[in-house]
Design a protein around this ligand. Sequence first.
Ligand SMILES: *[C@@H]1O[C@H](CO)[C@@H](O)[C@H](O)[C@H]1NC(C)=O
Ligand SMILES: *[C@@H]1O[C@H](CO)[C@@H](O)[C@H](O)[C@H]1NC(C)=O
Ligand SMILES: *[C@@H]1O[C@H](CO)[C@@H](O)[C@H](O)[C@H]1NC(C)=O
Ligand SMILES: *[C@@H]1O[C@H](CO)[C@@H](O)[C@H](O)[C@H]1NC(C)=O
Ligand SMILES: *[C@@H]1O[C@H](CO)[C@@H](O)[C@H](O)[C@H]1NC(C)=O
Ligand SMILES: *[C@@H]1O[C@H](CO)[C@@H](O)[C@H](O)[C@H]1NC(C)=O
Ligand SMILES: *[C@@H]1O[C@H](CO)[C@@H](O)[C@H](O)[C@H]1NC(C)=O
Length: 328
Amino acid sequence: MMGYVHLVFLSTFLSVSMTSETFDAMEGEALVIKCPQWSSSVKVNWYHTDTNKIIPAEEEGSQVFSLERFLWFLPTSRQDSGNYSCVTHFPRNRTKSFNISVQVHPYKQGVCFPSQIRYPNDTGRGKIVCPTIDNYRNATIIQWYKDCKPLQGQRYFKGDKYIFINNPRKEDDGYYTCQFTYTHKRNVFNVSATRIFISKAKHSPLPPQILFPKDKGIIEVELGAALSLKCQARLGIKKQPIAVVTWDIDNIPVKHLDSSRFHEKTHFFEGREQEYYRETTLHITEIKKEDLQANFTCVAVNEMQNTKATVTLKLKAQSEDKLNHQGP
Ligand SMILES: *[C@@H]1O[C@H](CO)[C@@H](O)[C@H](O)[C@H]1NC(C)=O
Ligand SMILES: *[C@@H]1O[C@H](CO)[C@@H](O)[C@H](O)[C@H]1NC(C)=O
Ligand SMILES: *[C@@H]1O[C@H](CO)[C@@H](O)[C@H](O)[C@H]1NC(C)=O
Ligand SMILES: *[C@@H]1O[C@H](CO)[C@@H](O)[C@H](O)[C@H]1NC(C)=O
Ligand SMILES: *[C@@H]1O[C@H](CO)[C@@H](O)[C@H](O)[C@H]1NC(C)=O
Ligand SMILES: *[C@@H]1O[C@H](CO)[C@@H](O)[C@H](O)[C@H]1NC(C)=O
Ligand SMILES: *[C@@H]1O[C@H](CO)[C@@H](O)[C@H](O)[C@H]1NC(C)=O
């Protein structure tokens, strides 16, 4: 430890500055780390912080080596987790030192990226750039994954270093992993890098789903009584531009009915994950005999499609019983 600290202090007589950064990688892959500050005229040395040993340039069979601005792991192993530093030597004996922490993550079933993602999130309209690929010469992207499942489908356009998602929606948010191969002295290494994508889409529809009433449901009523029929539908993620939940009676919208017995009231709310719901209640002030023959249909509409659920009314069995039991 002392040796290295001594060395840094000697050569940083004029100015010392320290920064640190963490890199996460999967076990058994190639990893190239770039010293953060650099220009072609400066010299860079890499050290194992823990042992103070300088990391030499590539030799026959070396697995960890330095090459100018870059620190190479070909490939990573779990023992490589630890602290490294790069020291850049600027003119007039000014140096700058960076502490770099490397975390190598073992593979787990179904997990294709480290638990920590250090690459900046892509928040946008659909372009997702493969991180770090520029550090590897002649790298070829083999496959893109979303949440560790291979990406396929017409909505994805594959560029050489990025993918483009056509019309990104909320469901497209997630972890995007690019897997590429890098060939070094005829040895082929896998590399993967993952970043989070968050779509800028303000809202996205889902196929409308009527949670209640159940289609073909039968509701027991009493003549002369009041009734409230509630219809609740999920229409999408976030507030929808087209969002209608309404009642028809025998295919005629309630608001077009020439009757003071029927009134509709609507409200909306957001559930978990910003799911957008609308709920419309049909209030019937007084059930009449003709209502027992009618179809009461709840219609839910968004920009995708419409969905219906129809209920009918029948007289309550116990009210018949009551009638039967009345009298002497
Ligand atoms: C970098 O590591 C050295 C040696 O372990 C330590 O003295 C220094 O404080 C560290 N700097 C930062 C910014 O963590
Ligand atoms: C790396 O450095 C950090 C902080 O500087 C320290 O907490 C950690 O224990 C070090 N890791 C190893 C493997 O020495
Ligand atoms: C840089 O350091 C060397 C040796 O440590 C010394 O001889 C030289 O004068 C220094 N140059 C400047 C500009 O300080
Ligand atoms: C990236 O997105 C994730 C998930 O929404 C969030 O937890 C994280 O803070 C974001 N990171 C940055 C740098 O914005
Ligand atoms: C990169 O690929 C090109 C074209 O396939 C080839 O001509 C070139 O030699 C390759 N470079 C390296 C360093 O492998
Ligand atoms: C690279 O990854 C592919 C697919 O995950 C795997 O079949 C192949 O064996 C890996 N190659 C190396 C050198 O690890
Ligand atoms: C109610 O719906 C059923 C089933 O769709 C249909 O057979 C019947 O004719 C409808 N009744 C009225 C009054 O529209």
